[in-house]
Design a protein around this ligand. Sequence first.
Ligand code: HEM
Length: 470
Amino acid sequence: MALFMAIPLLCFAFLLCFCSALLKWNDVKHRRKKGLLPPGTMGWPLFGETTEFLKQGPNFMKNHRARYGSFFKSHLLGCPTIVSMDAEINRYILMNEAKGIIPGYPKSMLDILGKCNIAAVHGSTHKYMRGALLSLISPTMIRDQLLPKIDHFMRTHLSNWNQNVINIQHKTKEMAFLSSLKQIAGIESASIAKPFMTEFFKLVLGTLSLPIDLPGTNYRRGIQARKNIVNILSKLLEERRASDEEIHLDMLGCLMRKEGNRYKLTDEEIIDLIITIMYSGYETVSTTSMMAVKYLHDHPKVLEELRKEHLSIRERKQPDDPINCKDLKSMRFTRAVIYETSRLATIVNGVLRKTTHDMELNGYLIPKGWRIYVYTREINYDPCLYPDPLTFNPWRWLDKSVESQSHFLIFGGGTRQCPGKELGIAEICTFLHYFVTRYRWEEVGGDKLMKFPRVEAPNGLHIRVSSLSN
Ligand code: HEM
């Protein structure tokens, strides 16, 4: 009898020894003779601490911070990773790409977005591609070309919502995609929108998947979607070249222009830049818009103040007058609502970098090829920076200095700071303008909202909409 009881106990003890030996071995494997690695553990061979990270979400980071401090090592999503939550080190990391701290986005993202994608290029090529992008979305371009297109699009997109149940998650996703397609391809956007959108949604899913190239995987579908999108865009470039007397006042027209164009890009670069623009603005703009609708619904006082701002803009105009740059500038409270939404919902958890060589950081050795996760989520809920951090309080942003503080990383920082910030804000402001001046709404209820690893409503976020004038 005693023997029978001893066998499971022995097995259990053996398993325990084996597991702790594996964990120890994985830590020892990553230990370097040349210098001291940051504190933390590497978890299991191959999987590292990925399962705990995905299961516990933000609590994983909180617990590790409490145990190891604001700068620790781990092994996440297949890579040895340094997590940094230290404001000063984060700034250093974001400012020092030239010292070998380059973007470290996952393989599936780079494969699908293309080799000329902005996250895949560094040094002078990055400067050149970024310059070309900035020339398309400068304040003058926003004023003269992009805002009129955005305004025209939003008016149509937001019509006929009265007396309907709307899945606002779906509508804001469509909005972010179709609005940027209109800015990119102007008049032709209508004819390519449908096939393009189906492929684009597959492309996005592919970039967020594991790079397993097998039939039926999201990665394989994403790669195929990229091929289809490249075909659509190549055909568009060809057609435009064939009718070369026509002048197109849209992003593609600017990129293809030969005379007076400082940036001469190859077709491959043009296509990857277009995909970059669509991809970078898509999830950020759509999710911020959806969450703004959610928070406005839950905070009637904020909605009242926001609506007051927009109705006073409408009062100064004829019904068909579009929103212009002066109106945008006057939307101070709306801007505050957008910042507060991004902060409280944490639309972007952080940014990824990797090292090109062994280097010293914060007194520790960071080996070549390790990923650095500049994790900004915790900053958003720091009560020293944002008093009463879990309350939705847009008024906190009305003091302009909050936006210019060094911990403000909602749009990233340093050499890769978001170039589309003002464009994204203009799109969300225009969306909110037509939404709150035309409609009131209530949530249907029962929809689940996930905040990690991405902000999303798995089954949609449904609202019942009625006209404000009823
Ligand atoms: C609310 C809206 C937006 C948010 C919160 C946001 C956030 C960010 C963040 C955090 C980064 C830094 C990424 C990094 O350092 O690796 C970034 C970069 C970038 N964003 Fe945005 N973004 C928004 C809208 C847009 C829009 C509309 C565009 C379209 C042009 C855009 C284009 C880009 C590009 C191209 C980069 C990469 C810049 C580079 O690597 O030099 N973003 N964005």
